[in-house]
Ligand binder design. Structure first.
Ligand code: NDP
Length: 322
């Protein structure tokens, strides 16, 4: 099979297209031929060594495709089924071994590029608005990187729950996309940001800040949140937040800080199917629009990473095997 393999950590150039032996499904696994592969910021953290991994490895954890083989004794799926997943290592490949526990059926009306973008970013947005801070009608929330993969989905889900969304973006094109997703106010990152957010909330601050940018926005996030509000620091696109004095949460107004991960919000099969089902249902009913901002051949995974890290992408991005 063709796959992307990483033999040393580093820049996008370490993502090398190569021929590897076809894998066999181990007990409890499906073997899936991929139709589209999701590219996520976490793939960058593994490639650069921010998160540890053994070498060599095949990057990626999210894709969609068709079941071509199953281990003996596997039930609940059949050869020919369309499935998607958010957490099977080695997904930048034509063939992927997918544990049955993480495979989710894909509704017929959801296209492959959308299915490959829906679960990791969609279920993240879902747990952020339902479980980390359950957004209430009338809340104002702040979404950083509002035109990114998670950002566009998060904005739509928060608006759907009755919130007013303020977002941040870096360009006019991204501003237009964030507004289309439902943001009422779209701001640029600047020293004035916290003042602007306070002005827009009668001096109160927002109920929740959803911050996937990290180092560059974290201090501002603390200045934008209301007394007893919550800062959900769910990523580090600009780099990790440095060590932190908890007393700052007191000064900010008895603020809650959490650093959540999707894995902890899909711990049981029931929870995974609930979140995935909500996301796929919303896509199928057109209540949720997943923007696939760019598609790259699998072989050009390095270009996809360059664009993602270079802030040149909008919405979700996918790799397409030949
Ligand atoms: P995005 O599509 O949002 O891409 C990242 C965006 O972050 C960029 O487009 C850019 O938007 C913004 N950004 C701000 N500063 C920088 C910088 N210095 N370098 C690069 N980008 C920057 O990516 P994803 O949707 O895949 O992920 C968004 C965040 O969510 C990431 O931090 C990711 O790790 C996190 N995440 C966390 C999960 C969890 O469970 N904890 C699960 C899934 C994702 P702009 O130019 O407008 O600023």
């Amino acid at each position: 099979m063709r796959a992307i393999q990483v033999t040393r950590l580093g820049g996008p150039e370490v993502l090398a297209a190569t021929d590897l032996p076809d894998p066999e499904p181990a007990p409890g696994e499906l073997l899936v031929r991929t139709d589209a592969v999701g590219v996520n910021f976490i793939d960058v953290y593994f490639r650069t060594g921010t998160y540890g991994t053994d070498l060599p490895y095949i990057p990626g954890s999210e894709a969609t495709g068709t079941v071509v083989a199953m281990a003996d004794g596997v039930t609940g799926f059949s050869v020919g089924d369309r499935v998607a997943w958010a957490s099977a290592p080695g997904s930048y490949a034509e063939l992927v071994r997918v544990p049955v526990s993480v495979a989710v059926p894909v509704p017929a009306e959801v296209t492959a590029p959308v299915a490959a973008s829906a679960l990791l970013q969609g279920m993240t947005a879902h747990y952020l608005v339902t479980s980390v801070y359950p957004v209430q009608r009338g809340d104002t929330v702040l979404v950083h990187a509002g035109a990114g993969g998670v950002g566009l989905i998060l904005t739509q889900l928060a608006v759907e729950r009755g919130a007013r969304v303020i977002s941040t973006v870096s360009t006019a094109e991204k501003e237009a996309l964030s507004r289309e997703a439902g943001a009422s106010e779209v701001l640029r990152y600047s020293e004035e940001l916290a003042v602007r957010v306070r002005d827009l909330t009668s001096g109160e601050g927002v109920a929740a800040v959803y911050d996937g940018v990290g180092r560059d926005t974290f201090d501002t996030s603390l200045e934008c949140v209301r007394v007893r509000g919550i800062v959900a620091l769910f990523g580090a696109a600009s780099g990790p937040v440095p060590p932190f004095d908890p007393q700052r949460l007191n000064k900010a107004g008895s603020v809650f800080l959490t650093r959540p991960s999707l894995a902890h919000f899909v711990r049981t099969r029931d929870e995974l199917l609930w979140r995935a089902g909500d996301v796929f249902d919303a896509i199928a009913s057109r209540a949720l629009d997943i923007r696939v901002g760019a598609e790259y051949p699998l072989e050009r995974a390095a270009d996809a990473h360059r664009d993602l890290e270079g802030r040149r992408t909008t919405g979700s991005i996918v790799l397409l095997p030949e």
